[in-house]
Design a protein around this ligand. Sequence first.
Ligand SMILES: N[C@@H](CCC(=O)N[C@@H](CS)C(=O)NCC(=O)O)C(=O)O
Length: 116
Amino acid sequence: MGVVEIGPGRGAFKTRALARQGHETRTYNLSTPKVEIYTKMLCGYCTRAKHLLDSKGVDYEEYDITMGGEKRREMMERKPDARTVPQIFIDGQAIGGSDDLAALEREGKLDPLLGL
Ligand SMILES: N[C@@H](CCC(=O)N[C@@H](CS)C(=O)NCC(=O)O)C(=O)O
């Protein structure tokens, strides 16, 4: 099987489909947004949000703020009205929590935000 190069666009889906067919894939996506998620341990909503992001094949930075600390302070600075976790940011834009992420997905607005 040959090496298939995947350009910007629906990279993650294409890559997985080709990988299933036995192709070696190399992805490059010039418009990959930075996805960040503040979480706590044993947080079902956090798990749900991460599953959705995983299902999209996007990478994200996870900050576990179970113990508070600097990252919790940072989250509160970025989203002063945050009362729950997860708190999700895409390219610095505060998306909200798991329900907000799911709503974006239902409305077809998540993929464009993720550069998919
Ligand atoms: N509607 C929110 C609900 C999130 C939520 O209730 N998260 C819980 C943990 S799973 C929480 O943060 N509770 C308050 C706390 O832990 O301080 C969402 O979809 O993200």
